[in-house]
Structure formats: structure tokens, C-alpha cells
Design a protein around this ligand. Structure first.
Ligand code: IK2
Length: 471
């Protein structure tokens, strides 16, 4: 991908220029308007001078960029077919929506008021019941579970509640991007270790991406406070097998390290793979926080409700943070998720009726369709064992992508160009790598396949037309 001036570069420069001329960006999901940097109050402009103290807090420096903010905006601005951010573009299960309707239209006036800080009693009781067989133990709903604003909120509470300045936190690459800024904001030091793909060419499985045990072991020291494991992994779709989890668990125990296990895609596993909770391995319950998400489990990402499950001595640390910065999550959403899960619990022995299981069945043909579509175009997909994302190698595409005059890695330039010129959006995978390892990710792009079949078909047609135009 050669350097050359581009329209895209010009656009970016102009846009930055207008921001520098003291304009504020008023953003919503639909449109973007530039308004003068005066305070707008009911149509009246009152001129106020910015305080010189209005500066980002020092501890947030280096965390200003956010891939979801930037690329969701880009997709909307360009009206692009969006296989970027991970959410479905079709309705969630009806019974869960019905539960929310019931909650807000029922006779209980308190449903509209604050509920218990660490989680509505109905929800934590239901979660304790749901996870008991999967964790192989009784779970104390009041002391071993905490609810927060999505898995994001739980991860934030875990990291802020446990990490001291100078503590090291091991993060496995590619990683869900928020882990790094969360650790930095806590004053901790992220220490990265990459999964490395097998050198065999052609289509890979996410199982072909492995940790090197010596490399992983070399990252642990007396300074290591925690490791964040994402299983199934976003963006790769890797489902860690028992041997891999035992290796990680062994190191956690040897070095007395806490494991934050982000399992938001726990229900979405394919091809007979089994999701194993690291908390169920010997002596791991005591040192593991398992993170889950109602948004992911029920395909309602806008509901933003998540949970952390673990022993009281760890959960207490999350609760202290949560009670002082969020206090409590929306009561009707908690009630609806609880009732929705109550129903799922009754169906666990009927996998064909249980949404937690049928979701993976629904996603499998979408995964396979997308893999074929991308392969036909000339990308080389890594077939995910879990989750709903697919990484594809773009390095063999013989395309000339104009440079956009940024210092960003190639995948950023490629996705920006594709969004603008082809009206098709994905997520650049180097966003899931640390600064020094961006080169490991920049030849891949991530596509989301929890999309309506019509959307996926449109993506196929778009790529076919694009390919035809290259011939
Ligand atoms: N953990 C992981 C691994 C996630 O993927 C997510 C949500 N990611 O969705 C954005 C994307 O990758 O396209 C979360 C945590 C956060 O989950 P929640 O929505 O419950 O806060």
C-alpha cells in the first residue's frame, strides 16, 4: 500500500482543521453537526471563554482514541454496510422483549426506582441458579455476584477495584481494546503476550493461534497482579482448550495472580467445541472473576447489563468501586433479564428451545457464509471456534489503497478507504494489539457476522461487484 496524497487524507485534514478553529462536534448516531464553541441554551448563544484548566486529566492521557467511536461514526457518515461493531441488526428473542414490557407496564411502582446497588435481588438469584451447574458449585447471590453497566462496567470495576499503581496486568493479544486503557487509568502496567498463528498458509482455524508457553511464563513476575483472559476471544474467536487454560491457571497459582476471565461470548461456540470456565479448574475459583453480559447472551447490546462472578474477597473489590461510581443499574432492565433467564433455565435441558444454545446454531451458517464470501473475494479468513467475529487476512489482496497521510497501520487505512469508497465497514484488527505489536495485527480486518442474512448477502454482492470491477 503505497504512499500517495488522497481525497481521504484531505478530508481528514479539513475536518481536523475545522475542529482546531474552535468548533465543537455535536454527535448522535444519525448525524454530525458542527456548532460554534459557545454554550447553546435554548437557541441563545452565550459567549464564554474556555478555562485553561479544562484539560484532560493526566491519568487519561494516551487513552483518547476509541475504535468504536471512530469507526461507528465513519460507517454512519458514509452510510456503509456495517459489519464492524458487534451487535445484531435484527430483533432479539421476543420473550426477553416481552419481559421488559411486562416489567415497565406492571403494577409495581418500585420497578421505576433504584434497586440494590450490587444487583437486583431477582437477577442475582437467577444468575446464581443459572451458573451453579456451569461452575460446579453453589454461588452466593449476595456476595459472589455483582452487576454493572455491561461487561464493560464489570471489567472497569474489576480493574479499578483491584489494580494499584505499578501493578502489572498481563493481556493476551489480540485483546478486546478496552483492557489496555482500563489498566492504564488505574496506574497499572499492561504487559502483552500475543497468540501466534500457525505458519501453514491458507484458511486457519482460531485453534491454530496459540500462546507460546515459555513466552507467556516469561511475562509473569512478582509485579504481576492479574491476567485478563478473553474466552471465547474477541476478535479472533479462539476458544481456549483445557490444556491451554491449565497452563494459564498453573502460572496464576505459581505467581499468586488474579484471573479476570471475560466470557461474554460463552454461549457462542461452534463445531462441538466446549467452553470451559477457567474458574472451574482446581483452585481457580478463589482467584478468578468471571465476566458475563446480558447484551451478548440475549443479543440486546443496548441494554448494557453485565455481571461479575467470583469469591467474596474479589467481588467485594468490584462492589466498592461500583457503589461509588455507578451505584446501581436500571431496575427494569435487570428485572427483564432476570425473568428472561428464568425461562432459559427451564429450557437448559431442551437445547432446541433454549436461546442460550439456539443462538450458536443460528450463527453457524452465518459464519460459514461469511467465510466463503471473504475467501471468494481473496481474503483469507481465520474460522472462529466461538464468538461472532471473523478475522481475515487482507495481505494477499492485490489492491492499491491510497494513503491517507496518517501514521496509522495499513488495516486502518484500508478500512477507512473501504468505508468511504466501497461503502463497506469492518474493524481494523491492529486496534486489538499494543503499540509495539501492531504489525502482528495490521494484515487482518475483523468482520462481525451476527447480522441479518440479507445484510450478509448484500456484503457478498458488494464484494462480488468489487471483484468484478478489478478484473
Ligand atoms: N468483552 C468483550 C470481549 C466484548 O467483545 C465486549 C463487547 N464488544 O462489543 C464491541 C465489539 O467488539 O464489536 C464487552 C466485553 C463489553 O460487553 P457489554 O456490551 O456487555 O458491555
Amino acid at each position: 500500500m503505497r504512499k500517495a496524497a488522497s481525497l481521504l487524507g484531505t478530508f481528514c485534514r479539513q475536518f481536523k482543521g475545522s475542529l482546531n478553529r474552535n468548533f465543537l462536534v455535536e454527535k448522535n448516531e444519525i448525524s454530525l453537526t458542527l456548532v460554534p464553541a459557545t454554550i447553546q441554551t435554548h437557541g441563545h448563544h452565550s459567549q464564554r471563554r474556555m478555562s485553561t484548566k479544562a484539560k484532560l486529566a493526566d491519568r487519561l492521557k494516551g487513552t483518547e482514541k476509541n475504535i468504536w467511536v471512530d469507526f461507528s461514526k465513519l460507517a454512519v457518515e458514509n452510510k456503509a454496510l456495517n459489519l464492524g461493531q458487534g451487535f445484531p441488526d435484527y430483533p432479539p428473542p421476543q420473550h426477553v422483549v416481552d419481559e421488559l414490557m411486562k416489567a415497565v407496564t406492571g403494577n409495581n411502582p418500585l420497578i421505576h426506582q433504584y434497586t440494590r446497588s450490587y444487583g437486583n435481588p431477582h437477577l442475582v438469584n437467577t444468575l446464581a441458579k443459572l451458573y451453579c451447574p456451569f461452575l460446579g458449585r453453589q454461588v452466593d447471590p449476595m456476595n459472589e455476584i455483582t452487576i454493572s453497566v455491561g461487561a464493560y462496567g464489570v471489567l472497569f470495576c474489576a480493574v479499578q477495584g483491584l489494580i494499584n499503581p505499578g501493578d502489572e496486568v498481563i493481556i493476551i493479544e489480540p485483546f478486546f481494546d478496552c483492557y489496555e486503557p482500563m489498566v492504564m487509568v488505574a496506574g497499572g502496567k499492561p504487559v502483552f503476550v500475543p497468540l501466534r498463528p500457525a505458519e501453514k498458509g491458507g484458511v486457519l482455524s482460531s485453534a491454530d493461534w496459540k500462546l507460546n508457553p515459555e513466552e507467556l511464563s516469561s511475562k509473569f513476575s512478582s509485579r504481576t497482579k492479574a491476567i485478563i483472559v478473553n474466552n471465547p476471544n474477541n476478535p479472533l474467536g479462539k476458544v481456549f482448550n483445557r490444556d491451554e487454560l491449565e497452563m494459564i491457571a498453573g502460572l496464576c497459582k505459581k505467581h499468586d495472580v488474579i484471573c479476570i476471565s471475560d466470557e461474554v461470548y460463552e454461549w457462542m461456540v461452534y463445531d462441538g467445541n466446549k467452553h470451559i470456565k477457567i474458574a472451574t479448574l482446581p483452585d481457580m475459583w478463589e482467584r478468578t472473576i468471571t465476566v458475563g453480559s446480558a447484551g451478548k447472551a440475549f443479543s440486546v447490546t443496548g441494554w448494557k447489563l453485565g455481571w461479575g462472578i467470583g469469591p467474596p474477597h474479589l467481588i467485594k473489590c468490584l462492589q466498592v468501586l461500583h457503589q461509588n461510581c455507578i451505584y446501581t443499574c436500571p431496575t427494569p432492565i435487570q428485572e427483564a433479564v432476570a425473568s428472561g433467564l428464568d425461562y432459559e433455565i427451564t429450557q437448559l435441558d431442551h437445547p432446541e428451545k433454549c436461546y442460550l444454545y439456539t443462538l450458536a446454531k443460528e450463527l453457524l451458517p452465518k459464519r460459514d457464509f461469511l467465510a466463503k464470501t471473504l475467501s471468494d473475494f481473496g481474503m483469507i479468513p481465520t474460522i472462529p471456534e466461538g464468538g461472532y467475529f471473523m478475522m481475515a487476512d487482507i495481505s494477499k489482496l492485490n489492491l492499491h489503497i491510497p494513503d491517507d497521510d496518517t501514521d496509522d497501520p495499513c488495516d486502518f487505512k484500508f478500512v477507512r478507504w473501504m468505508t468511504k469508497e466501497k461503502k463497506f465497514t469492518a474493524i481494523p484488527t491492529s486496534a486489538f494489539y499494543s503499540k509495539n505489536h501492531k504489525s502482528l495485527g495490521e494484515k487482518f480486518v475483523r468482520f462481525c457476522f451476527i447480522k441479518d442474512d440479507k445484510t450478509l448477502k448484500k456484503a457478498g454482492e458488494l464484494l462480488q461487484d468489487w471483484k468484478a470491477s478489478l478484473a
